[in-house]
Design a protein around this ligand. Structure first.
Ligand SMILES: Cc1cc2nc3c(=O)[nH]c(=O)nc-3n(C[C@H](O)[C@H](O)[C@H](O)COP(=O)(O)O)c2cc1C
Ligand code: SF4
Ligand code: SF4
Length: 447
């Protein structure tokens, strides 16, 4: 059986699955459930001294949407959209003290960790909340520099506003790191263009890791009512956001090298594996638990373990970052990777009743033959793979172009920047040409 144990910021975790800071960690009982269901850690809902952010949680609202933008009534599919607003814990952080101690002990008995989370008004507040967390015996604290909501509240400064400015992110992190002995993790916002630079700044300030990332800010419309959902702008996430988050996990893993907690876009174990393969050390699971319940956790944990067993990964470390390390560093390097061209399997291809690939080849490399076959014109096929992706019968594959084919003009891509205007003429992929070349037309002509 694969070894699920990982180390994060010098602390051993029995598996890489941690419950993120949100409503599912907003009470001692809820956090105990996280541990009962096998999470290696749970991050308390952000503790604060900001009354506005405490009040906001009392005004939380949710719109769980499907891929059409309609409210999901019933079973939540994989491609859900979680549109919502919520603040920080509505219980004052000092009132949490006995509960943090109690739940921290409960976690330790189960070989797990209760992790702190802070979001404050001023630097002194950040320091005091983090010291309180440390004094309660918690082994680590996450600074919430990623929450999208403070930016939407008049007069409030915090959350995502902090990790948009390198100087501020650096300074708050530096002062907190000086104030406590436990590892400090900085949760970043994706609502900006420079998370890599912010990760570098907080690393310099002494952060032990970053969390990539909190949620985006969005806008959703009910087109039947011609109204915005939730009356206006709000936080937004779901599995659709995963590739956007992974971009930052990949960039931070390859360019900064600081340990990463990956969050924002996980539904099941496959998503968790994607985060780990991109370079995350642990993953934080959030909104899916709000719609599937805490009983969803063992599916994710067990699923990661099963995946590792089935694919021969002896431990998490052997899987971590593997995809990022195999990635080309830029498009120039991507161009240099092996060249391929399309081949069509005549036995399974449904042409002439299907002509999808011919319509979708925008490089004039496929045509309809009067004999009822798809013809490949390899000298114009650039190996873009679009036809393979759209074929409903899995009849197209990509074949490596050998030296002789290369010499024969496959991928004869002009050296110059511009192509001649003769390329404007679509000779093969328009419906008229396809019809003119079809076996039906050939049969009619023969009559
Ligand atoms: C309703 C809701 C409340 C949240 N509250 C917090 C919070 O208090 N502190 C925090 O750091 N992140 C908060 N988050 C962000 C989550 O911790 C998590 O990072 C984010 O939802 C992305 O993970 P997911 O795709 O698994 O939901 C909240 C998210 C949601 C949906
Ligand atoms: S899309 Fe597939 S089945 Fe349809 S014509 Fe092309 S190769 Fe044949
Ligand atoms: S790989 Fe691209 S260029 Fe080649 S046949 Fe398919 S769609 Fe056309």
């Amino acid at each position: 059986m694969a070894d699920m144990a990982v180390e994060f910021c010098g602390i051993p975790f029995k598996n890489p699955v941690v419950v993120a800071s949100l409503e599912t960690t907003n009470s001692p009982d809820l956090m105990k459930q996280c541990f009962d269901y096998g999470a290696a850690g749970a991050i308390v809902k952000t503790l604060t001294d900001m009354e506005d952010m405490a009040r906001l949680t009392q005004n939380s609202k949710y719109a769980i949407l499907n891929d059409r933008g309609d409210i999901i009534k019933g079973k939540v599919p994989r491609d859900f959209v979680f549109y919502s607003r919520s603040g920080y814990s509505s219980t004052y952080y000092k009132d949490w003290i006995p509960y943090l101690k109690e739940v921290g002990a409960y976690a330790r008995e189960r070989d797990a960790h209760l992790i702190g989370s802070a979001g404050a008004k001023e630097v002194d507040g950040w320091k005091d909340i983090c010291r309180t967390i440390e004094d309660c015996g918690l082994p680590m604290v996450e600074l919430n520099f990623g929450c999208p909501h403070p930016a939407l509240m008049p007069g409030v400064h915090g959350g995502s506003m902090i990790s948009q400015e390198e100087d501020i992110a650096y300074e708050v992190t530096r002062q907190v790191v000086e104030a406590v002995d436990i590892p400090v993790v900085v949760k970043l916002t994706p609502d900006q263009s420079r998370p890599v630079e912010i990760a570098r700044a907080v690393q310099k300030a002494g952060a032990a890791a970053v969390t990539a990332t909190n949620r985006h800010t969005g806008f959703a419309v009910d087109i039947e009512a011609a109204e915005p959902r939730l009356a206006g702008t709000a936080g937004i996430g779901g599995t659709w956001v995963k590739p956007l988050t992974l971009r930052w996990v990949h960039n931070i893993y390859t360019q900064v090298g600081i340990p990463i907690a990956g969050t924002n876009g996980i539904f099941d174990h496959r998503d968790a594996v994607e985060f780990l393969m991109t370079g995350a050390n642990i993953v934080e699971i959030g909104s899916v638990l709000m719609i599937k319940g805490m009983k969803w956790l063992p599916n994710i944990i067990g699923g990661v373990e099963r995946f590792m067993d089935e694919h021969g990964y002896p431990d998490v470390e052997s899987m971590r970052g593997i995809a990022s390390r195999r990635a080309a560093k830029d498009y120039a390097e991507q161009f240099a990777r092996d060249r391929v061209h399309a081949v069509v399997d005549e036995d399974t291809c449904q042409n002439p009743s299907c002509t999808i690939c011919i319509q979708m080849c925008f490089y004039e490399a496929l045509s309809q033959s009067p004999a009822g076959k798809v013809e490949v014109h390899p000298e114009t096929c650039i190996g873009c793979e679009l036809c393979m992706d759209v074929c409903p019968f899995d009849s197209i594959a990509m074949r490596l172009t050998d030296e002789a084919q290369f010499e024969a003009g496959y991928f004869d891509i002009p050296d110059g920047v511009y192509e001649g205007p003769e390329k404007f003429v679509t000779r093969r992929n328009n419906m008229k040409t396809i019809a003119a070349n079809s076996p039906k037309t050939a049969a009619e002509a023969a009559e």
